[in-house]
Design a protein around this ligand. Structure first.
Ligand code: GDP
Length: 317
């Protein structure tokens, strides 16, 4: 059994065990995990949650290591989690990997957890959300959620964090960055990494290019997305990035956005789970399974409308 107080006092073994329960596919583990989360809920939510995305090679792990060490030097406790949609395909996760952040992983005040390999209801992102809550209950005050720009993962991460940061390379032009249009609109900040050596000038040009581009996006939010440059290797500009996020947090908390956004995210998460559970219930219902093929045929043969067929299915529930 996992002791609630062990988690709350920041015991790493207890935290690791709890995360393993959350990630388990077994029904009884799932139930235990939910009981644990229920008890811990009052102790959650006190961190700042930061999403970090960018194409492979942009420097995510190097940046997270430098950023994490910077935060730890300021007395913070930092958890690094990952949403890696490709991990089931590759048979292993490439994000949030300890071997990629060796210095950070040796820190007592850092906790690094790779992406869960798969998730049942709600997918991988659901497990990461629950892991985030456990880390918060264990006293981590900054949660970094890493993802790569594949599939829906950036949207899923943006929907679970307070601040969403996109790392970019010093090359002007979106095409080269492999950045999808919508992502720019999710970003609270673009950070041009590798602004060092011969790339410094290019990084400055890229920074200006994106400042102009973002200026064209109309935003009704209190926050105008910022464009920064840094070098994760030389550890320059890292302090500035944290300063920006602290400023965001300060403003968002004083104008009510922070609380409002969290509440909306939780509401959306609940809605999504209800929909997924309903769909599952439908698929597992024997009466539905018995009648659905015939109804599908009837629709195809124009003997009934899709609307009527759907109604008949719902009545079976
Ligand atoms: P990830 O795939 O996004 O996690 O990227 P990595 O952190 O693994 O970095 C990819 C490569 O870029 C590695 O060879 C890093 O050493 C290098 N790199 C990362 N950050 C910087 C930086 O700030 N400047 C330079 N010059 N290289 C960097």
């Amino acid at each position: 059994m996992i002791n609630i107080n062990d988690i709350k006092s920041g015991n790493r073994r207890a935290l690791a065990k709890a995360i393993t329960l959350v990630e388990s596919k077994l029904d009884n583990h799932r139930e235990q995990a939910q009981d644990l989360l229920n008890e811990l809920l009052p102790a959650t939510g006190k961190s700042i949650r930061i999403g970090i995305t960018g194409i492979p090679g942009v420097g995510k792990s190097t940046f997270i290591e430098a950023f994490g060490l910077h935060l730890i030097a300021q007395g913070k406790k930092v958890a690094v989690l990952a949403v890696d949609p490709s991990s089931p395909l590759r048979g292993g996760s490439i994000l949030g990997d300890k071997t990629r952040m060796e210095l950070l992983s040796r820190e007592q005040n850092a906790y690094i957890r790779p992406s869960p390999s798969e998730g049942a209801l709600g997918g991988v992102a659901q497990k990461t959300r629950e892991t985030m809550l456990l880390c918060e209950a264990a006293g981590f005050d900054v949660i970094l959620v890493e993802t790569i720009g594949v599939g829906q993962s950036e949207y899923e991460v943006a929907a679970m964090v307070d601040f969403f940061l996109v790392l970019m390379l010093p090359n002007a032009g979106d095409e080269l960055q492999g950045i999808k249009r919508g992502i720019m609109e999710l970003a609270d900040a673009l950070v041009i990494n590798k602004a060092d050596g011969e790339s410094i000038n290019l990084a400055k040009q890229t920074q200006q290019h994106y400042k102009n581009a973002l200026h064209l996006l109309t935003s009704d939010s209190f926050w105008q997305p910022q464009v920064k440059a840094c070098s994760a290797i030389e550890k320059s500009g890292i302090h500035d990035v944290w300063g920006m996020i602290s400023e965001f947090e300060h403003q968002a908390k004083s104008n009510g956005f922070f609380e409002h956004n969290r509440a909306k995210q939780t509401q959306d998460w609940l809605d999504k789970l209800i929909q997924e559970m309903l769909t599952l219930k439908l698929k597992q219902n024997p009466k539905v399974n018995a009648q659905l093929p015939q109804l599908q045929q009837d629709v195809l043969n124009k003997q009934t409308t899709p609307y009527n067929a759907a109604q008949q299915i719902i009545k079976l529930l």
